[in-house]
Write a protein that binds this ligand. Sequence first.
Ligand SMILES: Cc1cc2nc3c(=O)[nH]c(=O)nc-3n(C[C@H](O)[C@H](O)[C@H](O)COP(=O)(O)OP(=O)(O)OC[C@H]3O[C@@H](n4cnc5c(N)ncnc54)[C@H](O)[C@@H]3O)c2cc1C
Length: 351
Amino acid sequence: MRNRLLWEHKGVAGGQDFGASAGGRARRTYVPESKRFFLQLGWLMGVMRTILLKGSESRWMRERAMNYRFVRRALRRFMPGEKLEDAVEAARAMRDQGLNSIFTRLGENLTDRSQAHEVVEHYRDVLHRINALNLPTVISVKLTQLGLDFDREFCFENLCQLLEAAGDEIVWVDMESSSYVDATLDIYRRARGLRANVGVCLQSYLYRTAKDLETLIPLGPAIRLVKGAYKEPPEIAYPKKSDVDASYFQLASTMLSPEAQKAGMRAVIGTHDRDLIHRIQQVALQNNLAKNSFEFHMLYGIQRAEQLRLVGDGWRAGVLISYGKDWFPWYMRRLAERPANLLFVFRNLVG
Ligand SMILES: Cc1cc2nc3c(=O)[nH]c(=O)nc-3n(C[C@H](O)[C@H](O)[C@H](O)COP(=O)(O)OP(=O)(O)OC[C@H]3O[C@@H](n4cnc5c(N)ncnc54)[C@H](O)[C@@H]3O)c2cc1C
């Protein structure tokens, strides 16, 4: 195909800024039209992502969007339903296909003690039901659901109550936006000092994560590695996806290294990125790790075929199932991960 060559003032930031240049000195370069199209598409996706993540914090949008039936219909792709029973049904179906599951009730940034108490009581009930139904299911919680925003000690005690109620089963702690990382890791370290059944999520988009991982390894931690879902500034997080992916691979390789494994690392690879999954599997095999010595986790409704392929090939895999009424910010983050998901929402509007 013959590409028409276009003049362009090339910017500096990761190939996504058009027209600007450092110190106002523009460099004129020929850019093939096809490449220009993909650069512009990437830029557009970046803008959409920013809008969606900003929208996830908007009360105005939340109050409106949650009432539209087509939005709720589109939501079903990522959530079996708002009730715990819906999650239980989905977990049963997963179990029958060889998949483990992780339950999380949506809701974050609670503002008073009674709400946090209610969350603890809810999860106690969940743990009881999981046990009674003999499901291969654990729970994952956000510390801001347990009171982190208003009383760190209270939050720690709430987490400890859940660890106690879970017996030997692990309780995962989600990682929220960057302002919570210090507090989350601090609470994780304290909890890990008391009990082994606690795991924490780390995000590969943060520059600090390599250092955090290094200091956590001697604890024999349980770590779920993800790329990161929040809007973070370039001072603290890699702005380019390729760097986030490279960081992910490095961190996962460290988690599966003989040193980390010897220290007692329990690794969870939380991604839908098939290329990364394949490369990480190669690392595990090179390190002679048994296929069931670590786990892949994905989100409900995303890459279902890959989830089944993993268990079919003998790897351990789990699916995080979300439920609950407060789905708006979480749903906006799912849309932001892949702005093409908006097409699906619009199809539900017209369909
Ligand atoms: C088990 C689990 C727990 C998580 N916990 C946290 C947490 O505690 N804190 C946090 O910040 N983030 C969390 N995340 C979200 C995570 O940070 C990423 O935003 C999300 O997983 C998308 O990144 P990816 O690794 O799948 O890679 P990407 O490169 O974003 O995606 C790879 C491919 O997966 C598919 N895909 C990915 N996302 C979507 C989507 N939303 N819709 C449709 N297809 C999609 C697409 O085909 C895409 O090409 C969690 C993710 C998982 C799987």
